[in-house]
Design a protein around this ligand. Sequence first.
Ligand code: SAM
Length: 261
Amino acid sequence: MNENSVVAKKKFGQNFLKDESVLHKIIQSKPKNDNKIVEIGPGLGDLTKYLVDVGSVEAFEVDTDLCKILQEKFKKEINTKQLHLNCGDVLNAWQSSSEGNLIDEPYDLVANLPYYIATNIILKALADTMCKNILVMTQLEVAEKFCAEAGEKVFGSLGIITQSVGTAKIVVKVPPTAFEPPPKIDSAVFLIQKDKDRSDKAFEDMLRVAFMQPRKTLMKNLSSKYEKAKLQEVFQELGLTLTIRPHQVNTKDYHQLYKKI
Ligand code: SAM
């Protein structure tokens, strides 16, 4: 229960961010530009109230109870069109959009995401050619995967897909006490700055095969789908050992591998 007498709904991943220092850190970390701001899951509007001061906001909130509260709270911003509130599931909005773009103009995604669909949302934003920057809070474990470097244990397809379109870094780690109600796990805010469009589907299919069994060798995983003799030839060309593990190969080499096989 909070100041609006709203009971947080678990099924919508509702953990409201109350720590003002984290809210300020998010606003300070937003790249300075004139892009539209897309907020997914404005909740009770704690982040929204700062976002409307730095840009024009397009928000998507699935919970109709929260939508009513937001409509009341942001009457002025809605009237002046500083805020446009879409009451509905953002995944449906993406599904029905043209060419996988959530909105038809360049935007930065800034949000404290619902954790149960955070990875899915970020992958959609990475593929969305209108999305230019992604500044989001997720559970720490997910943030670390998107921001991982080759060689780290958690380096995998999420890190490679991210590095294929730009750069990623953790902005701040956030403890459960920053939220109401507190989640059971640690969280983190991270920033992805995109400078290219997302790689093609076939490349990502190859990554899925490469990381099928992350503790096995890359050669073993890839040879379940690709011809072994060809793989051995390409590995030699790229200077990759036959015992190398999938997380030890960098993004550039994955792109080379893809081109050659
Ligand atoms: N931004 C608020 C904050 O920082 O306090 C709330 C964040 S809370 C972690 C996630 C929000 O996403 C909730 O308001 C929830 O209702 C909303 N949400 C969950 N699933 C959604 C979906 N599929 N589409 C749009 N919003 C969703």
